[in-house]
Design a protein around this ligand. Structure first.
Ligand SMILES: Nc1ncnc2c1ncn2[C@@H]1O[C@H](COP(=O)(O)OP(=O)(O)O)[C@@H](O)[C@H]1O
Ligand SMILES: [Mg+2]
Length: 333
């Protein structure tokens, strides 16, 4: 008898525990035909989309055939709009649009991208940042004296910085420790109504704990402790190795810390999960939660207010996170 599962109403980082419980249930049906009832499903954020795409791919690779039943038309259109079905050969959806529909959904923008090769990273980060700025219709007018970059330029610079740091982390740290083949998925969306920008970067690599094992900043051998250590400025798995030889700017251990600081400066929310730990921070507080269904790898989801994001100057945030004086002495130690 074919298996029958129900896709939760919301598939997002906000509902991470139930989202992960659903995905775990997919794997008890190896080799079978799985019917997923999508009639209650009505929202997926970029992280939810990355997860859904990743797991459907994996489960069909394990010889399952998946049917998405009862998916409402506008969601089917939406999934098609972001290339969700591309490459998912054994996933069937009756109301999947036969032809690509682009123009009718130009009020939203989601770019789902799988990053395969290292040389793609910078171009992908630039393209994603540009696409997000375009979707948000941010002003490209410079200030009257022409002294300050336009809001669009600043927004693009911040997004490009964050994308590039986080994708590089997934590609270089996540794919270390015997996990060369790990996958990286990136998705983003601008929500016109709330003015929020949401980004997600998901990898199935070695995770924070494995990456920082043996590092002096790791207080305990736990996933939560590893996230905490990674968020501290100038903590890098490269640090011990490169100590005394000078570090290039890509390896100063500030990429994650600065990405978090930029998000918080835009009154945003940061979600980071790895193994059994899930960390959430926003201007009202921060906390860790334990996940019943762990994630092998790292997921980072950021939600930011566009209006604030476009006022941010990266340089001043970075110099706050890692003051120049300390950075200089660090470089020459
Ligand atoms: N996607 C990831 N997978 C595994 N480990 C990661 C990942 N992202 C970050 N880390 C760990 O967190 C540390 C801090 O990251 P970051 O602040 O970007 O500094 P850097 O990349 O310069 O080391 C990394 O050195 C690595 O140990
Ligand atoms: Mg980094």
């Amino acid at each position: 008898m074919p298996a029958s599962l129900i896709l939760p109403k919301k598939v997002s980082v906000v509902t991470l525990p139930s989202t992960m419980a659903f995905f775990a249930s997919l794997y008890s049906h190896e080799g079978e035909e799985i019917h997923i009832d999508c009639s209650q499903f009505d929202f997926a954020d970029p992280m939810g989309l990355c997860f859904l795409r990743y797991h459907l791919d994996l489960v069909t690779y394990l010889d399952c055939t998946v049917h998405l039943d009862g998916l409402v038309d506008w969601l089917a259109l939406y999934l098609e709009r972001m290339d969700f079905f591309a490459g998912l050969d054994k996933v069937y959806c009756l109301n999947k649009p036969a032809t690509r529909v682009r123009a009718s959904l130009d009020h939203v923008l989601v770019e789902m991208t799988k990053i395969e090769y290292e040389h793609e990273i910078d171009a992908a980060a630039g393209r994603l940042a540009k696409a997000m700025v375009g979707a948000s219709e941010t002003s490209t007018e410079p200030d009257p004296d022409g002294m300050k970059p336009s809001p669009a330029d600043r927004l693009q610079a911040v997004l490009q910085y964050v994308y590039s740091e986080l994708i590089n982390n997934a590609a270089f740290h996540g794919r270390a420790r015997g996990r060369k083949q790990s996958e990286i998925w990136v998705a983003a969306q601008y929500y016109k109504k709330s003015g929020d920008v949401r980004l997600a970067i998901l990898d199935d690599g070695c995770g924070f704990l494995e990456s920082l094992r043996g590092h002096s900043a790791l207080m305990e051998e736990t996933d939560a402790s590893a996230i905490e250590a990674a968020l501290r400025p100038r903590v890098s798995c490269n640090r011990d190795v490169l100590r005394g030889r000078g570090l290039d700017s890509a390896n100063q251990g500030i990429g994650l810390t600065a990405s978090k600081a930029l998000t918080i400066a835009a009154k945003g929310t940061v979600d980071i999960f790895s193994g059994r730990a899930w960390y959430r921070e926003n201007p009202t507080g921060r906390h860790f939660r334990q996940l019943r269904f762990p994630w092998q790898g790292v997921g980072v989801a950021l939600t930011m207010e566009r209006a604030l994001l476009q006022e941010i100057e990266i340089a001043s945030i970075i110099s706050n996170v890692a003051p120049l004086r300390e950075r200089r002495s660090f470089n020459f130690e």
